[in-house]
Design a protein around this ligand. Sequence first.
Ligand code: OGA
Ligand code: MN
Length: 209
Amino acid sequence: MAQNQINLINLDRMFDDLAQNNWALSSALFTREFCQKLAHECQKLYAEGALQKASIGHGANKGVHAEIRGDFTRWIEESSATPLQQELLSELQLLLQKLNQSFYLGLKRFEIHFALYPPGAGYDKHIDNHRGSGARKITFILYLNENWQKGHGGELSLYEPDQENTLITQVEPHLGTVVLFRSDLFPHQVEKSFQPRLSITGWFRDDAS
Ligand code: OGA
Ligand code: MN
């Protein structure tokens, strides 16, 4: 088993911010090389047609609405994970433990997927915590785009809880940037991207599988 490579000093800083603001940003939680490898794997899967159009809604309301959400996703499952994906899963397992130690969230598991927004795609303003479910506690996003530039769009816009028109920040999806936020609080949206935009997105949950 590879040694965990998450940067614990930067994680501490992130947790300070998370405690204070309910959201946090870091650009150096994982090594550049690790992120590059994940980007490569995501690109390869997309090229093979292994990512699927993401749906929105739940139960009877579930469906693909590319005008609202235009990304393609693929869940990363323990049972079919590549060695690199295994490594990511073990990093996130460590993150889950750390979140529980620091915030007493009672997190039990996480779910993560690769996401790729083709040019022209975005994701309209939403909150991650499915209405009536509430098991998603913390949202995790790791961006995987080398050489991302201003004109490429694709920013994550984060809005104030209960004030969905008040912008807090816009995050550019640069390789290695990580965002954490309380899944039940923050309206957020992905601005239209003009380049393929890659990421890993996940949720730490407090329900059993
Ligand atoms: C999501 C989401 C944000 C991003 O997948 O729910 O809001 O920046 N993603 O990719
Ligand atoms: Mn979201």
